[in-house]
Design a binder for this molecule. Structure first.
Ligand code: MN
Length: 251
């Protein structure tokens, strides 16, 4: 199997390199990753600046762009052969609920899917004790059973792994996205010249985190696997919206 591996934490992040080392015995792994931490980059593409690719070793490239740039460029010009699968991660921190809208990790997997490849995003839940080895085992098990997965078209799998030993995991759970409360306020500070600067505050705590959600699964020590599609249309709202639009004056 030929795997395109990327992330949003940057090419030198431990999650990506541990995963590459763990996959290499069983797969051809090509790393194309941002040259720095681009967490929160979402699906952004760099359109007004050129992208530069740095070759850091055999089949390891860094790009001065976003995670989406990396996958886009890899699949539309950089690689001479298509990979069979795109894996994004292992991200340092969870991507649960609303996080997926901001996440560069999830976006990189989406870009792989947009360009026609099966794609998985993998995140390790925040904890003082980072159990990357558990996430490595999770990826290994998923890949070993990939042939039997019922993989719907235009869908990526968003995987979140609790940071606990593999032996303590409570299995795998199919989940839906939960929701977070509003984010903490921005933090205002001052630069050395007295001008105001701001830090975006922390993501809010879980709000919709009941049974069946990704939040609930990882909180119960299970691996959360959410099938994500890209269609954001609120389909049930269409008929009422259409009716209202018909009442608007036009000619
Ligand atoms: Mn990240």
């Amino acid at each position: 199997m030929r795997i395109l591996l990327t992330n949003d934490d940057g090419w030198n992040a431990p999650g990506l390199n541990l995963l590459a080392a763990s996959l290499r015995p069983q797969a051809e792994v090509i790393i194309v990753a941002p040259d720095r931490n681009r967490s929160g980059a979402s699906n952004s593409l760099t359109l007004n600046d050129p992208l530069r690719v740095e070759s850091l070793g055999p089949l390891v490239y860094s790009i001065n762009g976003t995670p989406t740039d990396c996958v886009h460029l890899a699949l539309t010009g950089l690689l001479d052969r298509e990979p069979d699968l795109v894996i994004s991660g292992i991200n340092d921190g969870s991507n649960l609920g609303d996080d997926v809208l901001y996440s560069g990790t999830v976006a990189a997997a989406m870009e792989g899917r947009f360009l026609g490849l099966p794609a998985i995003s993998v995140s390790l839940v925040d904890a003082p004790d980072r159990r990357y080895e558990t996430a490595l085992e999770v990826v290994r098990v998923i890949l070993d059973h990939l042939e039997s997965v019922l993989w719907p078209a235009d869908t990526i799998l968003n995987v979140n792994v609790p940071s606990i030993p593999w032996a303590q995991l409570h299995g795998f759970r199919a989940t839906r996205l939960g929701h977070r409360h509003r984010a903490s306020p921005a933090i205002r500070a001052q630069d050395p010249r007295g001008r105001p600067i701001y830090w975006v505050g922390r993501a809010g705590p879980a709000a919709d985190a009941g049974e069946g959600t990704d939040f609930h699964a990882v909180a119960s020590g299970a691996v959360s696997v959410t099938p994500l599609e890209i269609d954001l249309t609120r389909h049930p709202a269409l008929p009422a919206l259409a009716q209202w639009l018909d009442t608007l004056p036009h000619d």
